[in-house]
Design a protein around this ligand. Structure first.
Ligand SMILES: C[S@@+](CC[C@H](N)C(=O)[O-])C[C@H]1O[C@@H](n2cnc3c(N)ncnc32)[C@H](O)[C@@H]1O
Length: 215
């Protein structure tokens, strides 16, 4: 079963077209430095959603070194504003440099700080919210993510199935991972059972949720 999933993923990835040379180089460098970036399947999903939704404002939680923010600027509408939040100094410096080099400095606004503190300070609404930060915090970010979503807005959260760990009983999961395991299960239940959203949990990549806020 696990082998089947890996083969499917390899096959799907073999169908992918390259991104721009700048993004391909940034992805390669990030991976070489062990900086997490969204997987190919997630990149494709975001491109599809950007094309369907054509968001005017987009919020990302978890910039890392800017790869996904730059990818969304590249494949989203020309007049889209992206606000992205990151709390790890070393990555913030690299993200700022990458965003400047990408030429999208006028569209991407990077906010330094813990998303739990930054989110309540944000005003206005966002047509797309992409959550890609510490998995154990998603349940904490959820009320603010909902508040900030416009009617008909889309919430996507990445890494929700933790490579399949979430399926396991909490007793099989290592003791140190149990809190994240419980919080992620709570998050998935909260997303699926929230009447203000229509949500799907997909097994693509490391597990993704896609929700639309009812109008
Ligand atoms: C998976 S990486 C993001 C990858 C990025 N979206 C990409 O694909 O290029 C998650 C990032 O979220 C940041 N992060 C984790 N918890 C955070 C928090 N509470 N507030 C802000 N950033 C956070 C981490 O430092 C890390 O760089």
């Amino acid at each position: 079963m696990e082998n089947e999933k890996v083969r499917t993923e390899v096959f799907i990835n073999s169908l992918e077209k390259e991104n721009t040379p700048f993004l391909d180089e940034l992805e390669k460098t990030a991976k070489a430095d062990n900086v997490p970036v969204i997987r190919k399947e997630v990149q494709s999903l975001l491109k599809v959603v950007l094309e369907m939704k054509k968001p005017k404002r987009l919020l990302e939680i978890g910039t890392a070194v800017g790869f996904s923010a730059i990818l969304m600027a590249e494949y989203g509408p020309k007049d889209m504003e992206i606000v992205t939040i990151e709390n790890y100094d070393k990555r913030i410096r690299r993200a700022e440099k990458n965003i400047a080099l990408s030429g999208y400095g006028d569209r991407i606004k990077l906010i330094r700080g813990d998303a739990a503190e930054v989110l309540p300070t944000l005003e206005g609404s966002f047509d797309l919210v992409f959550m890609d930060a510490a998995k154990g915090q998603y349940i904490r970010f959820f009320p603010e993510a909902k508040r900030l979503l416009s009617d008909g807005g889309i919430l996507i959260s990445d890494n929700c199935l933790g490579g399949g760990d979430i399926l396991e009983s909490r007793f099989v999961v290592e003791r140190r991972d149990r809190t994240i395991h419980r919080r992620m299960r709570d998050y998935l239940l909260a997303v699926k059972n929230d009447d203000s959203l229509v949500s799907a949990v997909l097994s693509a990549g490391d597990g993704i949720t896609v929700s639309v806020k009812r109008g």
